[in-house]
Ligand binder design. Structure first.
Ligand SMILES: Nc1ncnc2c1ncn2[C@@H]1O[C@H](COP(=O)(O)OP(=O)(O)OP(=O)(O)O)[C@@H](O)[C@H]1O
Ligand SMILES: [Mg+2]
Length: 211
């Protein structure tokens, strides 16, 4: 394998994106590959600073300001971390990326998908992942995981209403249906190891392994 791939994990709050991104990065590293494990919003000092602004409940960003801040954070992240890693031939495993903006900032407001993609073109040369895992699970299962992890704590976006999150989930499913070549739907129920196995089955063939 000479060149790395750009892999993203998407889905609603607490479905297991960070867990599965870490497990995939670990198994790729164990095979001797260079791997950048990163997340959004964030992944560079500048983008992490914007993350703090985005998630802090003291600010009341509207959908447009929020979408622009995400696009600015992503621009810094792509230009200073993701693009250089891909140019080195490393694999990039990213916990949320452009599809989260499409689902949350467009799906949850009157902003169009085209508007979000225009911001992505301006900020990040429209860089798209090679493979996007969309994780989904029953709301009750996820609520139990989040309660165990966070108690009653939520951030500014995670704490929005159930209908908002339902719209986001529907939008994620639409995006996957529109781009079946890139998206891999992953049933995120079951243990972390079982979910990881489902992810690995989709990646192993890219490494010439049976999976
Ligand atoms: N398959 C699983 N079974 C049970 N618990 C899990 C599973 N996967 C993850 N968890 C636990 O559920 C919680 C949420 O997982 P994780 O933090 O990976 O989700 P996330 O999608 O990254 O969440 P967020 O949207 O808040 O970033 C964590 O405490 C994690 O340890
Ligand atoms: Mg996470």
């Amino acid at each position: 394998m000479s060149s790395g791939r750009f892999i993203t994990f998407e889905g609603g709050e607490g479905v297991g994106k960070s867990t599965q991104a870490r497990m995939l990065a670990d198994i790729l590293r164990a095979r001797g590959l260079g791997v950048l494990l990163t997340r959004e919003p964030g992944g560079t000092p500048g983008a992490e600073a914007i993350r703090t602004l985005l998630l802090d409940k003291q600010y009341d960003w509207d959908a447009r300001a929020e979408a622009l801040l995400f696009a600015a954070a992503r621009s810094d992240h792509v230009n200073h971390a993701i693009r250089p890693a891909l140019d080195r031939g490393d694999w990039v495993v990213c916990d949320r990326f452009i599809d989260s903006s499409r689902a949350y900032q467009a799906g949850g407001s009157d902003l169009s998908d085209d508007a979000i993609l225009s911001m992505h073109t301006i900020g990040s040369h429209a860089l798209m992942p090679d493979v996007t895992f969309l994780l989904y699970a029953e709301t009750d299962d996820v609520a139990a995981r989040l309660a165990a992890r966070d108690g009653d704590e939520t951030d500014r976006i995670g704490g929005r209403s159930a209908p908002y999150h339902a719209r986001v989930a529907a939008r994620f499913r639409d995006l996957a249906a529109m781009d079946p070549e890139r998206f891999v739907l992953i049933d995120a129920s079951g243990t972390m190891d079982i979910v990881h196995e489902r992810v690995w089955r989709a990646i192993a063939p890219l490494l010439g392994e049976g999976g």
